[in-house]
Design a protein. Structure first.
Length: 280
C-alpha cells in the first residue's frame, strides 16, 4: 500500500511499530512512512516528537490515546480517506496493550485501507531473553491490580501448557511476584526489564527468589513478566485424597477440586467426584 520510497503515500492508516528503548530499533520502512505520511497519531506528542527529531523527521502530530473519544476517532478515520495517517504508540507495536484497537476497527468498518509495519514488541523481546519455552505462549496484558482479581486471572490460566507473558510496572512488580509465589511456587519466572537499553536485564528464578531480589532492589519503568508452563506432576491417589481432605476443611468440593487440579496437574473433572465422596 505504501508504494516505492519517494512516491506519495496512498491515503489510509499505517500502523507503525516504534522502538521500545534503543532509538535505533526502527525499520527503514517505518522511517520512510513516517517521513512521507501526512500526519502521525500518537499517545504522547512529546515522546513521538523526540523519536522523529532523532531521525530528522518533522510531521504534524495528532494526539490519540486512551482518553480519545468517538468524535476523535471519527475525525481521524475521515481524514484517512484523503490523507496517509501513521498510528504509533509511545513504544513498541501499536494495539499491544496500547490504544488503537477501536481506531483500527472503525477504519476497517469505514473501508479505509490499512497496512501494518512490524517491528519492536516488548512481549516478544522479553520472551526471547527469558529462556522459557516459546513454542507456545500467551500474552495476557497486565495482571489486575487488586489481589482477588489477580488471583482469579492466574487461576484462569493455570492449566494452560504455555509460557504466560504479562506486562507489569515497577511499583506493582513485588505484589505480582508475591501472588505468583502463593499461586504456584514451582513455576519458573522471569523478569525482563530495561529492554534494548544499556542495563537490559532478564532475571530468572522462582517467584519467591525474584520477590526477595526486587524487594531489596526495587525496579522502575515498564516490565515484561513471564511465567513458565506448569511442570509435569505425579501424585498417588492417596496423596490426592490427603490433599482433598485438607482443602475440604476450608472450601466447597468444587473449589477443592479446582485447587487440587492446579496443584497436581490433574483435571478438575476427574477430582470433583472424589471430592464429593470424601465430603460425604
Amino acid at each position: 500500500m505504501s508504494g516505492s520510497m519517494g512516491d506519495p503515500l496512498q491515503p489510509g492508516l499505517y500502523i507503525v511499530a516504534t522502538p521500545i528503548g534503543n532509538l535505533g530499533d526502527i525499520t527503514l520502512r517505518a522511517l520512510d512512512v513516517l517521513r512521507r505520511c501526512d500526519g502521525v497519531a500518537c499517545e504522547d506528542t512529546r515522546v513521538t516528537g523526540k523519536l522523529l527529531k532523532h531521525h530528522g523527521i518533522s510531521q504534524p502530530l495528532w494526539r490519540y490515546d486512551d482518553h480519545s473519544g468517538e468524535k476523535d476517532r471519527a475525525r481521524l478515520v475521515d481524514s484517512m480517506r484523503s490523507k496517509a495517517v501513521a498510528l504509533v504508540s509511545d513504544a513498541g507495536t501499536p494495539l499491544v496493550s496500547d490504544p488503537g484497537y477501536r481506531l483500527v476497527s472503525d477504519a476497517r468498518e469505514a473501508g479505509v485501507p490499512i497496512t501494518t509495519l512490524p517491528g519492536a514488541c516488548a512481549a516478544i523481546a522479553g520472551l526471547t531473553l527469558s529462556g522459557l519455552p516459546n513454542d507456545r505462549f500467551l500474552f495476557a496484558g497486565f495482571l489486575p491490580a487488586k489481589e482477588k482479581a489477580r488471583r482469579e486471572a492466574l487461576d484462569e490460566l493455570a492449566g494452560l501448557d504455555a509460557t504466560l507473558v504479562f506486562y507489569e510496572t515497577g511499583p506493582r512488580l513485588t505484589k505480582s511476584l508475591a501472588a505468583i509465589a502463593d499461586w504456584d511456587p514451582q513455576r519458573s519466572v522471569c523478569v525482563a526489564r530495561e529492554l534494548t537499553k544499556l542495563y537490559e536485564e532478564a532475571r530468572r528464578g522462582s517467584a519467591d527468589e525474584l520477590f526477595e531480589h526486587y524487594t531489596d532492589h526495587p525496579a522502575k519503568g515498564e516490565i515484561v513478566l513471564l511465567i513458565g508452563p506448569p511442570e509435569e506432576r505425579t501424585a498417588s491417589e492417596a496423596d490426592i485424597d490427603d490433599l482433598l481432605r485438607e482443602l475440604l476443611a476450608a472450601m466447597s468440593p468444587s473449589k477443592a477440586a479446582a485447587e487440587a487440579a492446579r496443584r497436581t496437574g490433574r483435571r478438575k473433572a476427574e477430582l470433583y467426584p472424589r471430592a464429593m465422596e470424601l465430603k460425604a
